[in-house]
Design a protein around this ligand. Structure first.
Ligand code: 13P
Ligand code: SF4
Length: 325
């Protein structure tokens, strides 16, 4: 119990250090969240795109694959998952014995909803011999919750484009074509797209390069191929964070959701990170607030519930996804 309180005090100090005096209102909520977290023996997981104040109270912040791995190995009685719904469902699939709280049940991922279980069933009926399918469109990948995953043979992650080697995509290659070349397989592209990354246009990259001529351009593989072609690297959010940390370069143009800038700046204070203009924002990822986290921990609700059948059948595609390095 003593160690729990030491963690609690450290978290509180960390939070006030980052936010200073400007967030007295939040400080009260943060204090309550940390108290409830101990009472519930809960672990807070947050995606790299969530609000900065959510990232700061989380025990672990990561990309979709890292969060899945964390959920699989944490054995926490309670997981508070801050991200979009399919990610929270994946955490439940990987840690079925945990109570997985999704503090605000509204944030879905529009891209995940671009494939329904019926469509996948129809597709598989038409292509019974289909092997491992990775559904991609315009350099993106297809997200999906438990109800979709149990229809599939492989789950998704933005690292799939580089499956088999490091998470960095060679620049100027479309991820779908890149996977096909790497695996030597035919890959069909599902017509899904991320509305947030689709807003990034080639002219935004060109303008940012003009403003910051020596900066390295990193984009997410969900951007359209014309954007990926103008970038130096297309990486998952976790891949971007590792890249900027390890790079000797000091300036980076970041072509993805703006939430990632918080961690980049915090972890690399000696480097400069330039968002694109206009800024890229996923409203779904920004929906979960500190109040939501507090309420969910206090009420132990809303919890992710998945049918037994889904839990059983979705496990194999998820396990294959976790094999991605
Ligand atoms: P990452 O897997 O790179 O974190 O991406 C998740 C996502 O939703 C990107 O839009
Ligand atoms: Fe879905 Fe795109 Fe938002 Fe990621 S950024 S959660 S893919 S809508």
């Amino acid at each position: 119990m003593l160690s729990c309180y030491i963690i609690y005090i450290t978290d509180l100090l960390k939070y006030s250090f980052h936010y200073g005096d400007g967030t007295q209102g939040n400080m009260e909520i943060v204090k309550e969240i940390l108290e409830w977290k101990i009472r519930r023996n809960a672990l807070i997981l947050a995606h790299n795109y969530t609000r900065p104040e959510i990232q700061d109270i989380a025990d672990f912040v990561g990309d979709s694959l890292e969060l899945s791995r964390k959920a699989a190995e944490c054995h926490a009685p309670v997981i508070v998952f801050c991200g979009v719904r399919f990610m929270a469902e994946t955490a439940k699939l990987l840690s079925p014995e945990s109570i997985v709280l999704h503090p605000n049940p509204l944030p879905g991922c529009p891209m995940a909803d671009m494939a329904s279980p019926e469509e996948i069933r129809a597709y598989r009926a038409k292509h019974p011999d289909a092997g491992r399918r990775i559904r991609q469109h315009h350099g993106g990948y297809q997200n999906g919750g438990g109800h979709l995953l149990h229809q599939r043979q492989c789950g998704k992650t933005s690292r799939l484009p580089a499956a088999g080697q490091a998470s960095a995509l060679p620049s100027r290659r479309q991820p779908g074509a890149n996977i096909a070349a790497k695996l030597g397989r035919k890959i069909e592209l599902w017509p899904g797209r991320c509305p947030t990354h689709n807003k990034i246009l080639p002219e935004h990259i060109t303008a940012a390069r003009q403003r910051h001529p020596i900066a390295i351009v990193l984009v997410h593989p969900e951007c359209v191929p014309a954007v990926v072609a103008l970038a130096d690297h297309a990486l998952s959010t976790g891949g971007m964070l590792r890249f900027v940390h390890e790079s000797a370069q000091k300036e980076f143009i970041i072509g993805t959701e703006c939430g990632i800038l918080h961690r980049m700046r915090k972890e690399n204070p000696d480097k400069a990170f330039y968002p694109l203009e206009p800024a890229v924002l996923c409203p779904n990822m920004k929906r979960i607030t500190l109040e939501d986290v507090l309420n969910s921990l206090r009420d132990m609700s809303p919890a992710v519930e998945l049918e037994e059948e889904v839990l059983r059948r979705a496990r194999a595609p998820i396990d294959r996804m976790l094999e991605v390095r």
